[in-house]
Design a protein. Structure first.
Length: 268
């Protein structure tokens, strides 16, 4: 066996092992941790679990066992009560982003094309036991045929795969579904007007097939009731009087369920 062949076999093995940690959802890109952990140790989920806290509107706090904190649609108003390490902003509407994120935030991930002609924005970051990437959606708008107006952000915490649809307003293509990967927990906008219609929200959920659907973006009159009427023939629906859930593999449902969380503001 030649030295060159042995070396090529080694490289193949090394690539496989180095990427295995991200195989649960998709491949991520390693990055050295930096910054500080702002989550109280009392709030950290156990190994193999993840904490989800509904801050409000379309902002969720996601906390990993190693204390990585991420907030979706970080807008400077819906705050978890401390400075998170990762924030995502799916589109440039004022309720979904801020131009003034705190300087202590390690990763500020904006999900839309900010320069015409530059193409869709792409993010892939890793911080301790959390990996985050985006899938560009709402393509070719605002006079930019190569750009995107929204991103689905995917969070991998251990073996958990969590996706936030943001301001998605269309069904997903095959390539977008491949980019999203296998999803356990899906945050879905249910306003029924400025994002997905309720029939299209149903169709996207069926495309992704998550274990849990958590509705968001539903301050509009009648939106929750209309959404529930649309999906009730297909899945169990629960409304919880809490803003927090801690999930492990043992308490995930076997088939898709819908759970409404109560917007709770800062984590208590």
């Amino acid at each position: 066996m030649s030295i060159i062949f042995k070396f090529s076999v080694f490289l193949s093995w090394f690539f496989f092992v180095s990427q295995a940690a991200f195989a649960a959802c998709m491949l991520g890109i390693s990055e050295k941790p930096k910054g500080f952990n702002f989550v109280s140790a009392k709030k950290l989920p156990a190994e193999g679990s993840v904490l989800i806290h509904y801050v409000g509107h379309s902002s969720f706090l996601i906390v990993s066992p190693k204390g990585v904190s991420a907030v979706t649609d970080y807008n400077g108003v819906h705050s978890p009560g401390f400075v998170p390490e990762i924030v995502t902003m799916n589109n440039s509407h004022e309720t979904h982003y801020t131009d003034f994120p705190e300087p202590q935030i390690v990763h500020v991930l904006r999900g839309w094309s900010r320069k015409i002609g530059a193409g869709p924005v792409q993010h892939r970051v890793k911080l301790r036991d959390m990996a985050v990437w985006n899938v560009p959606t709402n393509l070719g708008v605002y006079g930019d045929p190569k750009g995107n107006r929204n991103s689905i952000f995917v969070f991998q915490v251990g073996s958990f795969c969590i996706a936030h649809l943001g301001h998605l307003d269309h069904l997903l293509s095959r390539d977008q579904l491949l980019g999203v990967g296998r999803i356990d927990i899906l945050f879905v906008p249910i306003d029924g007007s400025s994002t997905l219609s309720h029939p299209n929200a149903l169709a996207v959920i069926k495309q992704i097939e998550p274990k849990l659907v958590v509705p968001m973006h539903f301050r509009f009159l009648g939106a929750p009731e209309s959404f529930m009427a649309t999906v009730a023939p297909f899945w169990k629906i629960s409304s919880l009087e809490t803003s927090d859930i801690i999930l492990s593999r043992r308490n995930l449902p076997r088939r898709t369920e819908v759970i409404f969380l109560k917007p709770g503001g800062p984590l208590k």
